[in-house]
Design a protein. Sequence first.
Length: 322
Amino acid sequence: MKHIYEQITEQIENHDQFIILAHKSIDLDAYGSALGMYQIIKSYGKSAVIVMESRPKNRSIQKSMQLLKEKQMEIVYTTKDKINFPKEKTLVIILDTNKKELLEVPNILEQYPDCILLDHHIESESTIHNIILKHIDNTASSASEIVTRYLKTLKIEVAPEIATILLTGIVVDTNNFNIKTTSKTYEAASYLMTLGASNIEKQTLLKENREDYFTRQDFVKKSVMINKHMALCVMDHNRYQNHQLALIAEDLLQFDAVEASFTIGFIGKKLVGISARSVGEIDVEKYMRAMGGGGHKTDAACVIRTSNIQKVKRRLLKLIQE
């Protein structure tokens, strides 16, 4: 059987146009992997677009886009309501999620039958099926790592700015190489450094403003221990981004005795998200899967449609107690 990267290359060679998309509320890992795939496709002289919000709320994404603009790198973006490639000879490439409901364009499979999927999250009952090609490697730290390995296999060199964003995506998803990190993760990071990825620029992309930092620390202070090894933070009734919940969950892991952490908060109208993190001993994916989500043993999440955040908290606590 052909290696997965050979199969992906065949699909690129057999199509003329490409739609690249990831999950809603795109993060640095999804964005970095999208840029990597975009560069691969362009190296074959073919047309591609990255589907995402016209104004991403994630500050690191904003800074990444500005960096590419300043370097006069032309990346073609489109919003979900302006996709206009013909169905014939168009391939959809889904990155960093395997669940239809989490896609930036959930009905994309009905619009375009030719689709491949590259992801690093554990499969579940809601994993997308009936597609041309699916590569889910839950041993990989991130979608950026998977795409970087593909770049290395093809011996394609990307601009230092793209390499930096890919590296930053890996750093974010591994919590600075503290979780989900293997020798292959380091090899991918090393390859990006040989392409000119900048640690200084990486830090610039990850910097946050003081107000956001202080707000996050206020919530960390209000967190509680569920039991001897699990911490919980419940946000207020304002809306937050998924990555903001994740940052708080990661902060909680820094404390003595905390092996796993959960942050609960509103991420939309009548939408409550839970971000779960673990240092490795406790499998947080099983809890999130039981609540309709999924992810990794050390990094998982779920979204629940409700306006009652306390009800979600009680459900999670009951699940952990059981």
